[in-house]
Design a protein around this ligand. Structure first.
Ligand code: MG
Length: 247
């Protein structure tokens, strides 16, 4: 490459100065019109039209047993448009697999308060069958901070405890970005979680360390799209209005 002469450098400097001096006066010069963002509409349940509805209260057809292959999800379908964990029936998982998603769900703790700590209203939502955002009746119920409601289990405590009393329904709005693995099976980009609990940001784009293990450090085995799983921890946690949007 030719070396820039001093004159050349001076010319470029002068051009830049002129461009900066040329004030943009037309507001249209910085407008972007295309492509136009697609319009989304909402149904009576406030579900966006581009969402995949996983549970609307009518049936458990989008779910199956996580324990037994090709067995139906046998949790209890309630009369009020919700479903409830059937203790002992095992976790349930979506039939469909997902990568990065926005997920909305509503849950309610058991109506009879039993036990304490991790034993009180414990369930959980697992993304890609591996990464748990904790569901727990954390209203005036102390446990380890990285194991309370909305904790990324054993990795990140929530920023605040936004849990409502057990009589009330609660919302989780979760933005999950899946980790990325290279051809050699090494993680090259961490997954992330942003979690909004009852309208309050409790996980702000945290980097997932790996699988959310009960014992020991996180692991990072490579994987592709996988199911969303709800946990049977033996407690009567109820769910309603579950939908996802692929990102
Ligand atoms: Mg749990």
């Amino acid at each position: 490459m030719k070396k820039l002469t001093l004159l050349g450098v001076l010319c470029i400097f002068a051009m830049h100065t002129m461009l900066i001096a040329q004030e943009v006066t037309d507001p249209k010069a910085t407008e972007v019109w295309d492509p136009e963002p697609v319009a989304v509409s909402f149904n009576t349940n406030n579900v966006p039209s581009d969402a995949i509805v996983l549970f609307d209260g009518s049936d458990l057809n989008n779910w199956e047993s996580a324990r037994e292959k090709n067995a139906p999800a046998s949790w209890t379908l309630d009369r009020d448009g919700s479903m409830t964990v059937k203790p002992g029936a095992g976790d349930i998982k979506t039939k469909e697999t997902f990568g990065s998603v926005q997920l909305h769900l509503e849950w309610r703790a058991p109506q009879t308060i039993k036990s304490e700590g991790q034993g009180r209203g414990n369930s959980g939502v697992f993304f890609q069958n591996r990464y748990e955002v904790q569901i727990l009746d954390s209203y005036k119920n102390r446990t380890y901070a990285n194991g309370q409601a909305t904790a990324v289990y054993k990795q990140y405590p929530p920023l605040v405890n936004a849990t409502k009393p057990s009589t009330e329904w609660q919302t989780y709005d979760i933005i999950f970005h899946a980790p990325v693995f290279n051809a050699q099976g090494n993680k090259v980009k961490s997954g992330t979680f942003t979690v909004i609990h009852n309208g309050v940001v409790v996980q702000d784009h945290i980097e997932i360390l790996g699988t959310t293990e009960y014992i020991g450090p996180a692991k990072n085995p490579p994987h592709g799209e996988d199911v969303i799983k709800l946990q049977d921890h033996g407690n009567l946690v109820s769910y309603r209005n579950i939908w996802v949007r692929r990102l």
